[in-house]
Design a protein. Structure first.
Length: 201
């Protein structure tokens, strides 16, 4: 995210798909996978506003009230796995993308593989209990990739040695392919629209 912000100079919206808030100050005095979004909001705040940051799939007992309040104070939209499971998945995906895209130049998605339920993804440091289904994970990435402002995507915290089945790495690869496919569809649609406009003129 820092690289994209520095390389583009753009005002960015960000979607984090993750089971965890990841806004701790430190982990035993060090930066870790649990801290990045605090530093994003505080160090890149001139390009990434809290109101353009959506967290999708938050679940489990490792998210504390204090960190949830930190995000609420910064107008971050936190969409929990419970909200997703209770219904309205498509609407919540659309909301997350709209939050990121509202008034920004480009949108970025970072996907922590531990957002996906642990029966599929065991190769990560904190496998999820009742996380996103594989279909939901692929679908949110596909919809993001189709958005014309989508500029980049990453998958984090995949530890292949911890999953002899190979499903974790296959899930990660499928997420990347869904993003690329979504971008392809978006670019094809843009090219067709431009061609149609040229023919009419």
């Amino acid at each position: 995210i820092r690289g994209v912000a520095g390389g583009t100079g753009a005002r960015l919206g960000v979607i984090s798909v993750d089971a965890h808030l990841d806004v701790r100050i430190s982990h035993h005095g060090e930066k870790s996978s649990g801290v990045p979004f605090r530093y994003m909001l505080e160090e890149l705040g001139d390009q990434i506003a809290g109101r353009n940051f959506a967290q999708f799939g938050i679940a489990g007992w490792l998210n504390t009230k204090a960190y949830r309040e930190y995000l609420r104070e910064r107008d971050v939209r936190v969409i929990t796995a419970r909200e997703i499971y209770k219904g309205g998945f498509d609407a919540l995906v659309a909301e997350a993308i709209e939050v990121a895209a509202d008034g920004t130049d480009a949108i970025y998605m970072t996907f922590d593989i531990d957002a996906v339920e642990g029966a599929t993804v065991g190769g990560t440091n904190v496998p999820a209990i009742a996380g996103l289904s594989p279909y939901q994970a692929l679908e949110v990435v596909w919809e993001f990739g189709r958005h014309p402002k989508a500029i980049g995507f990453d998958v984090m915290e995949v530890s292949t040695p911890w999953d002899p089945s190979g499903l974790s790495e296959r899930m990660a690869a499928s997420l990347i392919l869904n993003f690329i496919a979504g971008r392809y569809v978006s670019e094809e649609a843009g090219a067709a629209s431009a061609a149609g406009g040229a023919q009419r003129s």
